[in-house]
Design a protein around this ligand. Structure first.
Ligand SMILES: Nc1nc2c(ncn2[C@@H]2O[C@H](COP(=O)(O)OP(=O)(O)OP(=O)(O)O)[C@@H](O)[C@H]2O)c(=O)[nH]1
Ligand SMILES: [Mg+2]
Length: 295
């Protein structure tokens, strides 16, 4: 019997959702970083097996929004959740249970699809503490399954897949075997550049940055890419460029290196920085950047 199903990966920011998606697919389709709210779009990842197809959707972390952008992020996660056959709620087990978790659980009340609790980052915890956390979580919500993993160390993922398969129903292969994600190359290139900004900058800058791919030209041996980095304030532009351009240069080199590996060609990357005041609260800007909503 061929099985298939849609699985939404949801949780609070920084829980390890995108790391889990990449680990399950054994391919990087979503960027990850230590900064919360790294993911801004739902990213689909298709895992095609001999007799099953699992279609995962990585989603932005659910949080209390302070901007239009934040509201859009939450809505993206809820949409994936509402369309799924199975939900993975992923938590960072090293963080104490709090109001954000309570809110997420309340949003799950009444859901008619099975919900797994994926207890992540177990590589950071002693066995005793883990056992304690697992028993606490058991009392908080009637999860269909509770599965401890380390997405980073790829620990217990086989078990997660086996249990997931046992919940999937008979279904067709929705996507061709060659399809791993729903986003095109341009999106992935912009995301890789944004990821380097997230790693190299601090405080409010990671949240204030958007990347737009302006031009891309390629031939057999190499590819020229021009991208614009948008920030919200002049002071952020200064930080991003750095002393004598040191910061932007280091972002460019890191992105170039990864892009070369990914695209298998020499990459010449040009980066510009522009200030767009308060873009995270301007719906026309959000639309332009692909963070708009239909409503
Ligand atoms: N130690 C440890 N770190 C992990 C594990 N999984 C993820 N991380 C780290 O946690 C941080 C956040 O990971 P992401 O995958 O970007 O988290 P996310 O849930 O997608 O975050 P948002 O997109 O912001 O909602 C990164 O620094 C990861 O390397 C794990 O199993 N163990
Ligand atoms: Mg993410």
């Amino acid at each position: 019997m061929y099985k298939s199903g849609f699985i939404a990966i949801i949780g609070r920011p920084n829980a390890g959702k995108s790391t889990l998606l990449n680990a399950l697919l054994q391919e990087k389709v979503a960027i990850t970083s230590p900064k919360p709210q790294t993911t801004r779009d739902n990213v689909m990842g298709v895992l095609t097996m001999r007799d099953a197809q699992l279609i995962f959707t990585d989603t932005p972390g659910i949080h209390k929004p302070h901007h239009q952008l934040g509201k859009h992020l939450n809505r993206s996660a809820y949409t994936a959740m509402d369309e799924a056959d199975l939900n993975y709620v992923i938590i960072d087990v090293t963080k104490p249970f709090g109001r954000g978790d309570e809110f997420l659980l309340s949003r799950l009340q009444g859901s008619e699809v099975p919900t797994f609790l994926i207890v992540n980052k177990i590589d950071q915890l002693s066995r005793e503490k883990l056992i304690h956390e697992l028993s606490e979580w058991q009392t908080r919500f009637p999860f269909s399954e509770i599965i401890p993993i380390s997405a980073l160390k790829k620990d217990n993922l086989e078990q997660l897949l086996q249990v997931t398969l046992s919940y999937l129903k008979e279904g067709t292969q929705y996507f061709p075997e060659s399809m791993v994600t729903d986003h095109n190359e341009a999106f992935q290139i912009g995301e890789i550049i944004r990821e380097k900004v997230l790693y190299k900058t601090e405080e409010e800058i990671p949240h204030s940055v958007a990347v737009v791919l302006e031009a891309m030209e390629s031939n057999e041996s190499h590819i020229d890419i021009r991208a614009l980095i948008i920030v919200e304030r002049q002071s952020q532009k200064g930080i991003l460029i750095g002393k004598q351009g040191a910061m932007i240069r280091s972002i460019r080199l890191a992105a170039q290196k990864e892009l070369k590996q990914k695209l298998g060609k020499r990459v010449e990357l040009e980066l510009y920085v522009r200030v767009e005041k308060n873009w995270r609260n301007r719906s026309n800007k959000l639309m332009q950047l692909g963070y708009g909503d239909d409503e």
